[in-house]
Design a protein around this ligand. Structure first.
Ligand SMILES: *[C@@H]1O[C@H](CO)[C@@H](O)[C@H](O)[C@H]1NC(C)=O
Ligand SMILES: *[C@@H]1O[C@H](CO)[C@@H](O)[C@H](O)[C@H]1NC(C)=O
Ligand SMILES: *[C@@H]1O[C@H](CO)[C@@H](O)[C@H](O)[C@H]1NC(C)=O
Ligand SMILES: *[C@@H]1O[C@H](CO)[C@@H](O)[C@H](O)[C@H]1NC(C)=O
Ligand SMILES: *[C@@H]1O[C@H](CO)[C@@H](O)[C@H](O)[C@H]1NC(C)=O
Ligand SMILES: *[C@@H]1O[C@H](CO)[C@@H](O)[C@H](O)[C@H]1NC(C)=O
Ligand SMILES: *[C@@H]1O[C@H](CO)[C@@H](O)[C@H](O)[C@H]1NC(C)=O
Ligand SMILES: *[C@@H]1O[C@H](CO)[C@@H](O)[C@H](O)[C@H]1NC(C)=O
Ligand SMILES: *[C@@H]1O[C@H](CO)[C@@H](O)[C@H](O)[C@H]1NC(C)=O
Ligand SMILES: *[C@@H]1O[C@H](CO)[C@@H](O)[C@H](O)[C@H]1NC(C)=O
Length: 825
């Protein structure tokens, strides 16, 4: 803790010196936290957690509201009542509210100073808060309740420190009463939650709860200590409290009404301030007490707060943009997005009761379907040391749980949305050379298991329909699958995701070496996407043809075509009743349309472009996808489509498209996010798009566009080297957003993409911008790598598909694919 405070003191001193004019040469101290607003995404359906946390912290104290969209605890709009201040949260998630356990709630006093007149259950005790009183900063959250009680919180890794302040003493009879609740945010608590209150007011206990988007249950424990003039204490059930009963074990519910129960502690009349330390553990309440005592021995609220700020500053500092000429909103969007990428996943090392291991354990991978696309790739860049520990945790989950997760929260298996996308997370880190302590042989075994062995229950890991995938090269609609069981929908999007999963496995095999057979096999399987391409399929909007022909379509095992309107489950789905999620009546595409999935061939854009009729048609189709609002930037499948113009030789259109969405769809306000932040996925989209290098995840490829700032510098935490992307003639009105020419360390650079080693080696990439597209980055040799060949039109496709003879074998592509894997190594 002390070093953090020292850092803060130095920063303050630095600022002071500048203000006093003693350091004229020095620019004012740059503090990235000045641009972090954790309240972004707490309105509308952003579901962002705005409370106090360390980067990846387990303890996440924050306010909970009784509104819808309170998945992250506190929803700042519409106005709602606060039900309490709980200690565990997730951020930005969909599904049910996640965690939200062991809420504290303050009463300034019980009416007339009579305990029996206090209310305890969250329905009864909830109260409004003073408009404008919410203060949220990295590592700190504060709010003033309508009752006049001030509530502040800060956090260490496994404990929260709360400060309650009570004003107007003397006007009330009786002292404050603090309530501890065993009920969680989504009322999922199961039987036999317990609480024990000792004579000094220490409360310990725990309960079993349900994960918000997964199967099974999890246990959580706490330990709360109170600093202040402690008076009486006891337990409560419903709205009745006892001084005599010191412990209680409660059933889940009576007639489905979740039974409210917990502990309470009173304080002497006239008490102005009470500090509460709450340790949390997934192992035991004894462990929760140890963590609290170990991490917050001194009860120093300001010290804990400063240490939290320092931890965040340290994390974000490696990425520094020029503030010159840009609006503050742009900076806030950028740095707040970065902040949100490190709230989840959560480092629960030492808190995993499920198996014993010396490997790290991370939880709240919620879900990899969202975070493989840019969030975890962003952390590979900005925080490789912790990301290596995340990868080790994923591999350890495979070791002990049998499989890599696709989604995981609260010690439970989460639901798989499509492919086995942990494969992409691992491959991305592998392609970018992440090593530190990662057992890549085990990692490779884990992804091969996804590709080869079907789990009996593929709800929550692995893939379904593997026999069909291996034999037919696609997942048939209405598959016959007797080996494993899961929701038999999403045949189109699962096929596309499995294809890409296999491709990145081929990449890992190629880099690990000595696995030529695997490289060949998985590269071949990665061509399965073409089996679902129906070249004669058309799409119409309200009866008017879009004039595009050829879309992915569901296909039966006998190779005849099924049908799904290409607009189904799109943002302009003509059918308001379409079922697009994991319901067993769901569509053949998950949470998006055939139109949008039509671009999801991240490994072989060259062949896709040929299949769709060449680069011009491809570009018109991408334009149509965006301009007709078929896509929705608030869902992750849209991310890559913003930048796919690069593959058709039009990198300028990617830049144009990025500016079309930022800031119009991402504003630095509570309701400013399009949809759920998804554990920071939206934040990472902003971060990458605004810094001008967007990843094609799973590959060693960043697609280049001009940064939204005069320059962006990233100092690699691994090498200490700084990579800078600079706009030589930055235009803050964003009219000149087209790269005319570029240099890398002074030499001309014509490729429209760059590899990760730029960020490891350091260097300077300079863009000269103009108001029109140029020829920069447009030649075939300047385009990003692709498994197939550019300019190779898939001849006779219609005839071959009709004849059922398309068994995509990469006869031409494989050679290019091998060159690709061999390139640069
Ligand atoms: C807060 O709760 C009170 C009491 O139940 C209720 O009257 C009030 O409408 C609530 N306010 C909001 C904003 O939900
Ligand atoms: C809170 O204050 C803001 C302006 O400061 C105002 O727009 C908003 O309506 C207020 N909300 C309530 C519930 O009074
Ligand atoms: C809860 O405790 C009761 C009484 O000891 C016991 O009968 C019951 O099996 C317990 N339930 C669970 C889920 O452990
Ligand atoms: C709970 O309280 C009872 C008395 O009511 C006591 O016998 C028992 O030991 C207590 N249990 C714990 C765990 O403190
Ligand atoms: C289709 O037509 C209906 C009725 O005119 C209209 O409300 C709707 O917005 C149209 N949809 C699209 C995607 O243009
Ligand atoms: C399709 O082409 C026809 C004929 O050129 C044209 O009238 C129509 O507007 C086009 N449709 C769209 C959606 O562009
Ligand atoms: C193929 O299978 C589907 C689904 O079972 C069936 O409806 C269709 O008639 C079959 N087509 C042929 C040509 O057998
Ligand atoms: C797409 O949505 C935007 C914003 O909602 C709207 O301004 C625009 O008119 C829409 N475009 C079409 C083609 O519907
Ligand atoms: C940019 O393009 C516009 C037309 O799109 C043209 O009028 C203008 O002259 C071009 N500017 C330059 C500098 O080439
Ligand atoms: C495939 O294309 C070739 C040359 O373009 C043509 O000779 C041949 O007839 C085509 N095959 C089919 C099945 O259409």
């Amino acid at each position: 803790m002390a070093p953090g405070r020292a850092v803060l003191a130095l920063a303050l001193l630095g600022a002071l010196l500048v203000r006093c004019g003693h350091a004229k040469e020095q620019a004012p101290a740059f503090d990235p936290l000045d641009y972090v607003d954790p309240l972004i995404g707490t309105g509308a359906d952003g579901h962002v957690f705005p409370g106090a946390t360390l980067p990846y912290g387990l303890a996440k104290p924050g306010a909970d509201t009784d509104s819808s969209d309170n998945q992250g605890g506190f929803a700042s709009s519409p106005p709602a009542n606060i039900t309490g201040f709980s200690i565990l949260h997730d951020s930005g998630t969909g599904g049910a509210p996640s965690l939200g356990n062991f809420a504290l709630f303050p009463h300034a006093s019980c009416a007339g100073g009579v305990l029996e007149r206090c209310v305890f259950s969250k329905k009864a005790r909830k109260t409004g808060y003073v408009n404008g009183s919410v203060v949220s900063r990295p590592g700190y959250f504060g709010v003033k309740l309508a009752t006049g009680v001030g509530v502040e919180m800060s956090a260490t890794r496994r404990a929260g420190l709360f400060r309650f302040s009570f004003e107007g003493e003397g006007e009330r009879k009786g002292g404050p009463v603090l309530v501890m609740d065993l009920t969680d945010l989504s009322d999922s608590r199961q039987d036999n939650a317990t609480i024990t209150v000792d004579s000094r007011g220490r409360m310990t206990g725990g309960g079993v709860f349900k994960p918000s988007f997964g199967s099974g249950s999890y246990a959580a424990f706490f330990c709360a200590d109170f600093q202040g003039p402690v008076g009486e204490s006891g337990v409560w059930i419903n709205d009745r409290a006892s001084r005599a009963v010191r412990n209680v074990t409660v059933s889940r519910s009576i007639n489905n009404y979740p039974l409210p129960a917990g502990g309470w502690v009173g304080f002497k009349e006239g008490t102005r301030e009470v500090v509460v330390r709450v340790g949390v553990s997934m192992v035991s309440s004894a462990r929760a007490c140890e963590s609290a005592e170990g991490e917050i021995p001194g009860w120093d609220f300001e010290g804990i707060r400063a240490a939290g700020e320092a931890a965040w500053r340290e994390k974000i500092r490696p990425i520094r943009v020029s503030e010159e000429g840009v609006e503050r909103d742009m900076l806030v969007n950028f740095y707040s997005g970065i902040y949100r990428t490190m709230v989840n996943p959560q480092d629960w090392t030492g808190e995993n009761p499920l198996w014993s291991s010396t490997e790290p354990y991370f939880d709240s991978f919620y879900c990899l379907w969202d975070s493989f696309r840019s969030q975890i790739p962003f952390l590979v860049l900005l925080d490789p040391k912790q990301t290596a520990r995340m990868i080790r945790a994923l591999i350890d989950i495979y070791r002990h749980d049998g499989w890599l997760p696709d989604c995981r929260m609260s010690l439970s298996r989460g639901y798989t949305q499509g492919g086995s996308n942990a494969d992409i997370v691992l491959a991305d880190a592998h392609a970018k050379g992440l090593t530190s302590g990662i057992d890549w042989e085990a990692g490779y075994a884990a992804v091969v298991k996804d590709a080869e062995i079907e789990p009996f229950d593929w709800c929550c890991h692995g893939r379904g329909g593997l026999d069909s995938w291996h034999e037919l090269g696609y997942i048939p609609v209405g598959d016959f699958d007797w080996k494993g069981f899961g929701t038999m929908t999403r045949s189109v999007s699962r096929t596309l995701e499995y294809a890409y999963n296999d491709f990145v496995i081929a990449g890992m095999a190629a880099r690990l070496g000595g696995r030529e057979g695997d490289v060949e096999k998985y590269t071949r399987r990665s061509g399965g996407w073409l089996n679902l391409f129906n070249p004669s399929m058309r799409s119409a909007i309200n009866g008017t043809s879009t004039n595009f022909t050829g879309f992915f379509q569901p296909r039966y095992a006998n190779r005849t075509w099924g049908y799904q309107d290409p607009l189904k489950c799109s943002n302009i789905d003509p059918n308001p009743n379409s079922v697009c999620s994991l319901q067993n009546t769901g569509a053949e595409t998950f949470e998006s349309s055939v139109w949008e999935y039509g671009f999801f061939v991240p490994h072989d854009q060259a062949t896709l472009i040929g299949t769709l009729g060449g680069p011009e048609t491809f570009v018109r189709r991408l334009d149509f996808l965006h301009d007709s609002n078929i896509t929705y930037i608030g869902n992750e499948p849209a991310f890559l489509t913003v930048f796919q113009y690069h593959y058709a030789g039009r990198p300028g259109l990617s830049a144009k498209r990025a500016h079309a969405y930022i800031p119009s769809s991402f504003s630095p306000t509570p309701a400013g996010l399009p949809g759920n932040d998804d554990s920071g996925a939206m934040g990472s989209f902003l971060a990458f798009a605004m810094m001008g290098a967007f990843p094609n995840p799973g590959q060693d490829v960043y697609l280049l566009t001009p940064p939204f700032f005069a320059s962006v510098s990233i100092t690699s935490p691994l090498t200490g080297k700084t990579a800078t992307i600079r706009n030589a003639n930055f235009d803050s009105t964003y009219k000149a957003i087209y790269i005319q020419s570029a240099t890398l360390d002074g030499a001309p650079y014509t490729k429209n993409w760059i590899r990760h080693d730029f960020f490891l080696r350091g260097g300077t990439l300079v863009f000269v911008l103009g108001r029109n597209e140029s020829t920069w980055g447009t030649r075939e040799e300047d385009l990003p790598p692709s498994a197939g060949r550019y300019g190779y039109e898939v001849r006779n496709l219609t005839a071959r598909v009709r004849a059922g003879t398309v068994r995509y074998k990469y006869s031409e592509g494989l050679e290019a694919g091998q060159q690709y894997w061999g390139a640069g190594r």
